[in-house]
Design a binder for this molecule. Sequence first.
Ligand code: S3P
Length: 189
Amino acid sequence: MTADNTSLSSSQIADIARRLDRPLVLVGLMGVGKSTVGRRLASALQRDFQDADDAIEEAAQRSIAEIFDEFGEAYFRDGERRVIARLVEEGTGVIATGGGAFADPETRALILDKAVAVWIDAELDTLVERTGRRNTRPLLRNGDPAEILGRLLEQRRPFYAEAQIKVVSSDGPHMRTVDAILKELDSWL
Ligand code: S3P
């Protein structure tokens, strides 16, 4: 992505990147677009991009679904906590996290202290539609995805709300969300 795709000029984006001295961590429910938005945001800011779920899969040499199936959710959460701590300590770039990561008190405290948390929120209908495109998410396999996502949002909203920055993702292109994050970041910094 270049500045051409956003409403900010390349010098405005470069100025934001210059002032940003810590990693940006994207949080929010499954389907809000953390990975896609994160990759484009990192490219705009000319920073590295890391996807925590990919890093967990690499460390475990298994897919997220296999980790849940073979070892259970608690084991996955332990790995998730360790991997995100490593990415935050190492990184100055953009990190996309899995939807449950920021609900963990230790991970949340670390991110709020050492990074900038960006909560991407979206309408439930949008999340149901986007998550319905793939069947890779273990938490959505046993029941009605709309009901599960609705319940998770109620449980996690208070945690997500602690993020320093909040944007709402419409069902339009993800670049609009990238643009909204850059603007919020500009005023926050
Ligand atoms: C989870 C979200 C997933 C993944 C795992 C659990 C959650 O990531 O970490 O399936 O608890 O909400 P995405 O939010 O990237 O789908």
